[in-house]
Design a binder for this molecule. Structure first.
Ligand code: SF4
Ligand code: SF4
Length: 221
């Protein structure tokens, strides 16, 4: 059997798990030869002077210290933060309890149980609604696959990133915590459909830009 001496194929990146610093240094010394002289400095400054020079140069750089939490951090507009379960402009829930978000989640962080709407107790247009909805923020990696999978745009992500807590139970967010607040013109479910005869009318309607419950987003170039 041939001995494998593959030090050359080791990664030169010291952060790479395949990197072997001892073997690589040994190989480098072998390559230079035992009689090779020391490496010459490229600077006329002595070593300590070069080291302090790096420190001294930092003094004149722009300070990037963040004053958080006294000064709240402003995230990018498309930041993936805490989830929101959205509502239709009359207050009914957009979630139809289909569980597609839970199936799409690679971290198994979402738990959904659907329920049946009745004419006396209606939470969403159509047949079903999300009776139980939980997101476990101990598991969530904020990848956004769940919001891509949601067919009704019920589930979206906000810019809120302050999700730390001191116990595990409080990081499992319930439907009540995730539901969007009621805006002017909305009524808390259960109630009858106000925007059409059936659920299709909710999705083919032209949004009313004057309604505070229906902000029209303009894409920036
Ligand atoms: S953001 Fe990703 S990890 Fe978090 S709940 Fe959605 S799919 Fe799961
Ligand atoms: S949030 Fe969207 S994908 Fe998830 S259960 Fe509700 S409707 Fe389905």
């Amino acid at each position: 059997m041939t001995e494998h001496r593959d030090v050359d194929r080791r990664s030169p990146d010291p952060h790479d798990p395949g990197h072997d610093m001892v073997a690589q240094t040994k190989h480098e010394l072998e390559r230079r030869g035992r009689d090779a002289g020391p490496v010459k400095r490229s600077s006329w400054l002595p070593g300590p002077g070069q080291g302090f020079g790096v420190t001294f140069a930092q003094i004149f750089r722009k300070v990037t210290t963040e004053e958080y939490p006294e000064v709240p951090k402003v995230t990018k507009p498309r930041y993936h933060g805490r989830h929101v379960l959205n509502r239709h402009p009359d207050g009914l829930e957009k979630c139809v309890g289909c569980e597609l978000c839970a199936w799409a989640c690679p971290a198994d962080a979402i738990y959904v149980e659907g329920g049946d709407n009745t004419e006396d107790e209606r939470y969403s247009p159509g047949e079903r609604y999300g009776r139980v909805y939980q997101i476990n923020y101990l598991r969530c990696i904020f990848c956004g696959l769940c919001i891509e999978a949601c067919p009704t745009r019920s589930l979206t992500m906000s810019n809120d990133f302050e999700l730390a807590d001191d116990n595990r139970a409080d990081l499992i967010y319930t439907k009540e915590q995730l539901m969007a607040p009621l805006l002017p013109g909305m009524e808390a479910p259960p109630h009858a459909m106000r925007l059409g005869e059936d659920e299709k009318d909710y999705y083919v309607r032209t949004p009313d830009p004057a309604s505070p419950a229906e902000p029209v987003t303009v894409e920036q170039p």
